[in-house]
Design a binder for this molecule. Structure first.
Ligand code: ADP
Ligand code: MG
Ligand code: MG
Ligand code: MG
Ligand code: MG
Ligand code: MG
Length: 691
């Protein structure tokens, strides 16, 4: 491992030379996993969350809130704390793990080992998240806070937004006009990734978010904070040559996107087919949850007209060349590629008979050689397409020490080394094709030589400012994922409509103002499971489950064969309130389905009321009686005494906002328009809430 910690990344030209080698061995590695584990069956429900934080340093004298670039020191400290704790405690779940992330101001935490399907684990997630945050907080400086905020409002603004200060002139990897080199995790992988995306693309990335026009915002809006005439790097003139659009907030570096924080959830399935079923089931849920968790309305010091990070992250790692983006005829490159490597899912992959070919209605670019190789090996069409689609991308960072691997033992060319967080992750080594395809869902095959099974990761949600909210969304998605499998819910609709929802989800106030395509009849044969309201089992003959089960029989094809009505009649446009809380007699809403699923579980009144306190937040966010974090943040700034109604978020407003968020998290500031009245800053007490 020592050798690899000083891994030597290849130059971009050399990386290109070995791209085919990496892809080919990546596929070999995947096939070894497939051959060994395709029949793996009976794995229990294990699941876990990932929460990302930004460490913010408050300067109370100058009233500035800055990103603290101490990730390396903080992680070393946290790792040694956790090591000490592990000698004292036997409970692996409660030992948190902290991981590095792209931003040098970021941390990621996960439970020390995954949760099980027990109700007590489900309801322990908030406590676990709080413990992780408390531990992090305790080992920061007194003026530093671990903030779970999706985007930092003044990242890349004029003035000092990092502690310590660095000048963007030295951004040797990104060549950004706004972000210094030191914003990025110093591990060689991250600067290399940043530089190689720029080199592969042939220009800096270019992200333009529409500005929010307030009363005094100048029209047209030409951003005075862009150093239009800087000339240090060859890409500096890009801004004035068309990359920066009028009436938009322009961003030019990977850090603007990968420097955002999110909330992710991973579920182990019983077997590969259930994983594929769950993956498909959650695809249409991705955009809905993005809209509902919206938390990032401010970018580079301006209020924008969007509420979510998604398109910023997609743009921030868009390494496609001009040919691939369709601006030039294909000459040097192999494919026209419609999307960034960070984007929404392109393909349903389940062999469930209900997965009609019409749902995969977007042209899907695949590597045909890889596709044929997978088919010849015996893989089915959809999974072969899925993998052959991921593998149209080039590897972005290749270390010379690990070009040649034992393909039976390693999956580094396919994905990432399993021991990625050795020594607090400071030795992250490779991270390959699968792991640099960042989509709304990730289908995760088991790593070689581990007991881990087939997993599905849900990736669209924005992180929430409090662990109560993060726990609520984790509980919601966990219960929904069980309801999908146990009731055989059918959420299929054309991928093009999911993409359309993805774009609608990000607009200002989308969770209340937009409608989203959604399937009208989601239960098999129209037999909607109904909650009795008193938590009695749906099927009175079956004893209730003491824990969330993981293995369910797949849906049976009806006697009279597949229904074949036009696909367009299966879905309609609904509000988020309808999607969540129900519409008419036939569609009970996702929450209605979850309550019906809870009826099948053996839960105590105490547990029930705690579940209620989580689902209640989601019900109220969906019906608009509570605001999304994005709307709350936007309102806070617009109501700030110093706000000049010109879309500008100054250092002082940013400081006051960050202080307010910290106070909300600690429960010393009441925000009845954002959080339920029973949120007090401590763990939500199920005992006091009646369902
Ligand atoms: P990545 O960054 O690759 O998405 P992480 O390792 O950071 O993944 O976190 C993934 C989450 O999956 C963690 O919460 C972890 O507890 C959880 N997890 C670990 N093992 C399993 C498993 N066998 N099944 C489901 N989840 C798991
Ligand atoms: Mg992670
Ligand atoms: Mg990771
Ligand atoms: Mg990650
Ligand atoms: Mg992460
Ligand atoms: Mg993840």
């Amino acid at each position: 491992m020592g050798l690899l910690s000083a891994g030597t990344p290849l130059s971009w030209d050399d990386t290109k030379q070995v791209a085919n080698h990496i892809r080919s061995h990546g596929i070999t590695q995947f096939l070894h996993i497939w051959d060994r584990l395709k029949d793996k069956n009976g794995d229990e429900l294990l699941w876990g969350d990932e929460i990302e934080y930004m460490v913010v340093a408050l300067d109370n004298e100058t009233k500035n809130a800055k990103l603290s670039l101490r990730q390396t020191e903080i992680l070393i400290k946290l790792r040694s704390i956790v090591d000490n704790l592990s000698s004292e405690t036997k409970d692996a779940i409660t030992l948190p793990t902290f991981h590095p992330e792209y931003g040098r101001y970021m941390l990621e935490s996960t439970p020390g080992s995954p949760f099980t399907g027990s109700i007590s684990d489900l309801l322990a997630v908030e406590k676990n998240m709080r413990y992780r945050r408390t531990l992090a907080r305790k080992h920061l400086k007194p003026n530093e806070i671990p903030l779970t905020l999706t985007s930092f409002p003044r990242l890349g603004s004029p003035g000092q937004f990092t502690e310590p200060y660095y000048n963007p002139c030295d951004a040797v990897s990104s060549h950004s006009l706004f972000l210094p080199e030191q914003i990025t995790n110093p591990h060689v992988r991250f600067p290399t990734l940043t530089a190689n995306i720029r080199r592969r693309r042939g220009s800096k990335v270019a992200i333009n978010l529409p500005i929010f026009f307030d009363e005094e915002t100048p029209r047209p809006f030409i951003d005075p904070s862009i150093p239009w005439d800087r000339s240090i790097y060859s890409e500096d003139p890009e801004a004035k040559n068309g990359a920066a659009l009028p009436d938009h907030i322009y961003m030019d570096a990977m850090g603007f996107g990968m420097g955002c924080c999110c909330l992710q959830l991973t579920y182990q399935a019983c077997n590969v087919n259930d994983a594929r079923r769950l993956y498909d089931g959650l695809i249409p849920i991705g955009p809905i949850m993005l809209a509902l968790t919206a938390g990032s309305p401010i970018w580079r010091g301006y209020i924008s007209d969007v509420d979510c990070r998604w398109n910023v992250v997609a743009g921030s790692v868009d390494d496609r060349t001009e040919e691939e983006r369709g601006f030039k005829p294909l000459e040097h490159d192999r494919f026209r590629i419609p999307k960034s490597r960070y984007d929404s899912v392109d393909l349903y992959i389940s062999e469930d008979w209900r997965n009609r070919p019409e749902y995969n209605d977007q042209p899907i670019v695949i590597d045909h050689c890889i596709y044929s190789r997978l088919r010849q090996h015996g893989l089915d069409d959809l999974l072969s397409k899925h993998i052959a689609h991921l593998f149209i991308r080039d590897p972005l960072v290749v270390f010379s020490e690990i070009i040649n691997q034992n393909d039976k033992e390693s999956n580094d060319h396919f994905e990432v080394l399993a021991q990625s967080s050795v020594n607090c992750g400071l030795l992250i080594i490779g991270q390959n094709i699968q792991s640099t395809n960042w989509q709304t869902l990730r289908f995760k095959p088991p790593p070689p030589n581990s007991p881990i099974g087939w997993r599905v990761e849900f990736r669209s949600m924005e992180v929430q400012m409090t662990d109560y909210e993060n726990a609520a969304y984790a509980v919601f998605i966990t219960l929904l994922s069980r309801a999908i499998l146990s009731f055989n819910l059918n959420f299929y609709m054309p991928i093009s409509k999911v993409d359309e929802n993805m774009s609608r989800a990000q607009g200002r106030g989308a969770s209340q103002s937009e409608k989203f395509y959604f399937r009208k009849e989601v239960c098999p044969g129209g037999n909607t499971p109904k909650s009795s309201g008193s938590s009695s089992p749906v099927d009175g003959s079956r004893p209730k489950d003491r824990k969330m089960r993981n293995c369910f029989p797949p849906p049976e094809m009806p006697q009279n064969g597949m229904p074949k009505g036009p696909v367009e009649e299966e879905y309609e446009e609904m509000t988020i309130n309808e999607i969540m809380n129900g519409k008419g007699e036939s569609y009970p809403g996702l929450l209605g389905l979850i309550w019906a699923y809870i009826d099948t579980l053996d839960v105590s009144p105490q547990e029930l009321s705690k579940i209620h306190s989580y689902l209640d937040l989601i019900r109220r966010r969906a019906n608009g009686s509570l605001l999304t974090p994005a709307t709350w943040i936007r309102n806070f700034v617009r109501a700030h005494p110093a706000y000049a109604h010109d879309s500008v978020v100054t250092q002082e407003m940013n400081y006051d906002l960050i202080v307010a968020i910290d106070e909300i998290e600690r429960g010393v500031r009441s925000v009845p328009d954002l959080l339920p009245e029973y949120y007090t800053g401590g763990e939500v007490d199920g005992g006091s809430i009646s369902p």
